[in-house]
Design a protein around this ligand. Structure first.
Ligand code: PLP
Length: 432
């Protein structure tokens, strides 16, 4: 008879893992606030916000109450031909929150699907405008947009999954990473700030490009880099001039993580289409949204077939809409702004000593995101085991050790996270 853990490891796929060599698992029986409780009773701070999404902490009473009430009325109903109050109320909140004109909302199931829908919207809008040859997309290297086929084709060709799928991914156009870092002085010379490359690409290929997709300001899973917001203003101008639709992927950055409600606010630049996910429901249930400008929506409507060709079974799930409404209500009060500023200051001061350690190449902090980039790949198993034993759940990958704690993380809890990150840096430095 297999134990629960043995059964799990034998029969359940883990993210990016082998079925025959599954990594060690920690069975979680309870999650509350910033804490995860293991079956052995041990507690760990969720320094990852469970992959960026638990902005308000786990089991947030306001969100749980909204979901429970909705669960008792109507957990699900199809969205084809039917609607419900949670969907309407969420749309009202999103329209109020987003820049004017960005107000045609598609409810999707996950961040990857939100990206797929955005790409379909761009392709259909271009075709409807008579640009049948605009079938491809462009992006900057260093990006990550999800695990579905089209989204994968737009992840960084070096760090993404291109090589692993042996030519099955559709080729797309890539420019280099936005080269000017967040916080550095902006460089006006387009040859140096990366925009000339975009201009050249558009001059040569615009007739083939439907849209340019990018994560505003923070390139997350593709390298955790923060770039200068002025890049986005230049990109907006170049997209407009070339008739390329601009798509912002705010799946990871949306809803306060960078200190602004949306990362694009650092730039004051709005896209034609935006993808939202992760913290949309405060992380309490999977959900996402793709929001198009009315101009894009009207273009699609004027084409053939005139319908946006996407409609998943669980579209507009009422439970998820109710969770998202409750999460947005929490953001409405604005207290998160002070919390994120406090976390930013704590991470900036706390992680600073890592800069002087031999293993460390760079330390970056923006909002409630703290990143330590090592010079060589981290011994992930060792770092992971250490962090868990000391009560902080971190999940380093490649050369990156990072935290994105829930906004409610206290100063003391933040200190614990920082201490553990520094300890990992010390141990990695002993190997140098
Ligand atoms: N886009 C970005 C920027 C992301 O960071 C992610 C996930 O990490 C996705 C899209 C995909 O979202 P999901 O994992 O919900 O499919």
């Amino acid at each position: 008879m297999l134990s629960a853990d043995e059964f799990d490891r034998r029969h359940i796929w883990r993210p990016y893992a082998s079925m025959t060599a599954a990594p060690p698992l920690h069975r979680i029986t309870d999650a509350q606030g910033v804490y995860l409780t293991r079956v052995d009773g041990g507690r760990m701070i969720d320094a990852m916000s469970s992959w960026w999404c638990m902005a308000h902490g786990h089991r947030r009473p306001e969100i749980v109450a909204a979901m429970t009430a909705q669960l008792q009325r109507m957990p699900h109903v199809m969205f084809g031909g039917l609607t419900h109050d949670p969907a309407t109320e969420l749309a009202q909140r999103l329209v109020r929150l987003l820049p004017p004109g960005l107000d045609c909302i598609f409810y999707a199931d996950s961040g990857s699907v939100a990206v797929e829908v955005a790409l379909k919207m761009a392709r259909q809008a271009q075709a409807a405008r008579g640009h049948a040859t605009r079938t491809m997309f462009a992006s900057a290297r260093g990006g990550y947009h999800g695990d579905t086929w089209k989204a994968m084709s737009l992840c960084d060709p070096e760090t993404g999954m291109h090589g692993h799928f042996g030519g099955s991914l559709q080729p797309q156009f890539f420019v280099r990473r936005p080269p000017v870092a967040f916080g550095d002085a902006w460089i006006e010379d387009p040859a140096l700030n990366g925009l000339q490359e975009v201009e050249t690409l558009f001059a040569e290929q615009a007739g083939r490009i439907a849209g340019f997709i990018i994560e505003p300001v923070v390139q997350g899973a593709g390298g955790m880099r923060f770039y200068h917001p002025r890049y986005l203003a230049g990109l907006r101008r170049l997209c407009d001039a070339a008739g390329v639709l601009l798509i912002f992927d705010e799946v990871a950055t949306g809803f306060g993580r960078t200190g602004r409600m949306f990362a694009m606010e650092h730039a004051g630049v709005w896209p034609d289409i935006i993808c939202l996910g992760k913290a949309l429901t405060g992380g309490h249930i999977t959900f996402a949204a793709t929001v198009a400008s009315r101009t894009v929506a009207e273009a699609i409507a004027g084409g053939s077939p005139g319908l946006l060709m996407h409609g998943p079974t669980f579209m507009g799930n009422p439970l998820a809409c109710a969770a998202a409404c409750a999460s947005l209500d929490l953001l409405q009060t604005g207290a998160w702004r002070d919390d994120v500023a406090r976390i930013e200051a704590g991470l900036t001061i706390g992680l600073a000593p890592a800069r002087d350690m031999p293993a460390v190449a760079d330390v970056r902090v923006l909002g409630a995101i703290g990143v330590v980039e090592m010079r060589s790949p981290i011994d992930v198993d060792r770092a992971h085991a250490r962090a868990v034993a000391s009560g902080v759940y971190l999940r380093p990958f490649g050369r990156l050790l990072y935290t994105m704690p829930p906004f409610i993380t206290s100063d003391r809890e933040l200190e614990q996270i920082v201490t553990e990150m520094l300890n990992i840096c010390v141990i990695e430095s002993e190997d140098v």
